[in-house]
Design a binder for this molecule. Structure first.
Ligand code: GRF
Length: 200
């Protein structure tokens, strides 16, 4: 399975995927919109091709996504994995990768779509929080959820301690769901729902 991973920052989820050494999975490229993303170092350490497409060089989202799609497709991926990728993708690009683009979001979707999820969970006095892996659709953080992991919110948590607890679980959840895709156990049904085994 040929996988292209998109990052914007540290790339700890990329690293988790690399460390998992998933059978039949080859990460063929890492693409970042941020030139200084540490995840690019991780790609180089792993001898994986990497590229930067800096969104600051583009006047609008549509022209950026047109070049991004062309760049991704140069690597002929079977799956595109968003891992800490902090760009909102246009419906055109998302539709092009329908059923073969995943994202991980640090909340128990549909709660807390968007940014600053840990602060918002604390503000809402949630007793539990977590992360979700979903198929990417045009709705931001709104695609059909494949799997989730839950963590407790502890009394003296702040965004940093809670975020670290969630991130540690992301590093388990993402390799698991990407492995399911590699094993052809996971599909986005025509009904718009994620199917694990017994796909429709
Ligand atoms: C983290 O906030 C994580 O919850 C989310 O993206 C951010 C950075 O992830 N998925 P990474 O370390 O760049 O993979």
């Amino acid at each position: 399975l040929r996988v292209v991973v998109l990052i914007s920052g540290s790339g700890s989820n990329l690293q988790a995927l690399l460390d998992a050494q998933i059978a039949h999975l080859e990460i063929v490229a890492v693409i970042s919109n941020e030139p200084k993303a540490f995840g690019l170092e991780r790609a180089q350490q792993a001898n994986i091709a990497s590229a930067v497409l800096n969104h600051r060089n583009y006047a609008d989202r549509a022209s950026y996504d047109a070049d991004l799609q062309q760049l991704i497709d140069q690597y002929a991926p079977d799956l595109v994995v968003l891992a800490g990728f902090m760009r909102i993708l246009t419906a055109t690009l998302v539709e092009h990768y329908r059923g073969r683009m995943l994202n991980i979001h640090p909340s128990l979707l549909p709660k807390f779509q968007g940014l600053h999820t840990h602060e918002r969970a604390l503000a809402a006095r949630e007793t539990e929080h977590g992360a979700s892996v979903h198929f990417v659709t045009a709705e931001l953080d709104g695609g059909p959820v494949i799997a989730q992991v839950r963590v407790p919110v502890l009394p003296n948590d702040d965004a940093e301690t809670l975020g670290a607890r969630v991130l540690a679980q992301e590093h388990r959840l993402y390799p698991t769901t990407v492995r399911w895709f590699a094993e052809k156990r996971l599909a986005l049904g025509a009904d718009g729902r994620a199917w694990l085994d017994g796909a429709p």
